[in-house]
Design a protein around this ligand. Structure first.
Ligand code: FES
Length: 160
């Protein structure tokens, strides 16, 4: 991993990419999403503050454990003056995200168990396949599609 001399306080996008391990396109994406920011030189080149390295490390670590970018951005925005996360910030946020991760792992475990039933089946039935219709709130009470509103029949209309 290339080292950056201490006296350099700003990084080009290439230096930030080389040092952080994030692709240049990922850094542009993070910037477009408001996760990092840069200033422009007179030649319209991006320059990142040195602390952006830590910010990128924070984002990538959070992404690695499956935290959505929107959640990461929210967390960063809540830090005072949008400062770069400290060790304590990471400890606090990762503890809060652990509960979310535990829940997601439980959900994945349930999906994996249902996948076992689907292997070799292929029906994708909305009535019987839990994977093709996992949120079927009506499935326990009635069979078939009942999501369309029931219209009042016209007076005298045959209801057969
Ligand atoms: S595909 Fe048949 S039960 Fe899921």
């Amino acid at each position: 991993m290339p080292q950056i001399p201490e006296k350099i306080h700003e990084l080009t996008v290439g230096q930030l990419s080389a040092r952080s391990g994030a692709a240049v396109s990922a850094l542009h994406f993070y910037e477009a999403k408001g996760l990092i920011s840069s200033r422009r030189t007179t030649g319209n080149q991006r320059r990142y503050g040195r602390d952006t390295l830590r910010r990128v490390a924070f984002v990538r670590a959070a992404q690695r454990v499956g935290i959505p970018l929107a959640t990461i951005r929210q967390a960063l925005a809540q830090l005072p003056e949008e400062r770069t996360p400290t060790n304590e910030d990471w400890a606090r946020l990762s503890a809060a995200w652990r509960t979310e991760l535990d829940e997601r792992i439980k959900q994945l475990g349930r999906l994996r168990d249902h996948l076992t039933d689907c292997i070799g089946c292929g029906c994708l039935s909305l009535e019987t396949c839990v994977l093709s219709n996992p949120d079927d709130a009506f499935g326990e009470r009635m069979a078939g599609s009942r999501l369309l509103p029931v219209r009042n029949p016209a007076p005298g209309a045959d209801q057969g």
